[in-house]
Write a protein that binds this ligand. Sequence first.
Ligand code: A3P
Length: 317
Amino acid sequence: MDRVPVQPKSYPTNLLQKDWTKRAIYERCGQAFVDKVHDMEVKDDDVWIVTLPKCGTTWMQELLWLVMNDFDFEAARNEHLEVRTPFLEFDFLIHKDLNRALAPVEALKSPRLIKSHMPLPLLPQQLWSKKPKLIYVYRNPKDYIVSRYYHVRSIGFGMSTTLEQFVLETLDEDADVPSEDFEHVAEFYELRNEPWIFYTSFERMKTNLRQVIEDICKFLNKTITEQQMEQMLKHLSFEEMKKNPKLNHHWEFEQIRAKHQTEHENHNFVRRGKAGGYKDELSSDIIAKMDERIQQNLDYYKLSLQKLLLLDENTPL
Ligand code: A3P
């Protein structure tokens, strides 16, 4: 599905003061789906996880689900993550049927944990007034772009494209400054101090997962014992998640492959899990081109990547 320009019926003007008429928005699901999401019901006790693809969504989603479900590791091991906590856009992306598009989310028992990659202005309008808990996770763009390359190959797209070509095509697609991805993160970064928003990064989770779990527990008004914490740290470790069949999106991949029987590669969803892994996957030329585009966007927002990732200014990235 190609990205098409869309516009929400209304903008979150009560949250952010910006010239929304200048905000270009593209969405694969198209205008009718965008309208449906705009009008959907949000519940006060919903928890939303919003990210750009490949920023550590799955990792945070499993963390959140366990915190919200009394650390029920057995239930988590018995059901696919995507079934326990649906991806808002997924059903429509696969079936292109508006009538059923939100059914997986609507069928969830409260408190619901809902994942979306949509940007702030396309999220349901009720979200901006009800302000349920929302978690945003960002990641170094150089790592998430590499991660996206392996993801699209797992679903059978761009099979003749090399990693370098993929990066260059992504930079082309994001040629506007500010790029869509930077708008996505900058809008949530600006809201990071709102009491209903928890903003964090993949890199923070890599550096101190225990602290992130503690902070999320506080944010969701939950308590955790030391024994539960030890279990969480093990269950959420890269090694454990990599071998857990319920956390590698097998359920989603099966549906995608049933619809599009194309040649594909089998990359484990929990693949490499590194911060800075791009350094040994990309040439210095390509990295320099990425750095240039990233810098143009950062200059536009007067931000640094370290700020967006909540890291010390001197942290090498
Ligand atoms: P890589 O492809 O760089 O390995 P998302 O869930 O947003 O699609 O993000 C997927 C990325 O998060 C993948 O990155 C995946 O390996 C990484 N990831 C998932 N679980 C992880 C964990 N427990 N530790 C580190 N990285 C993890």
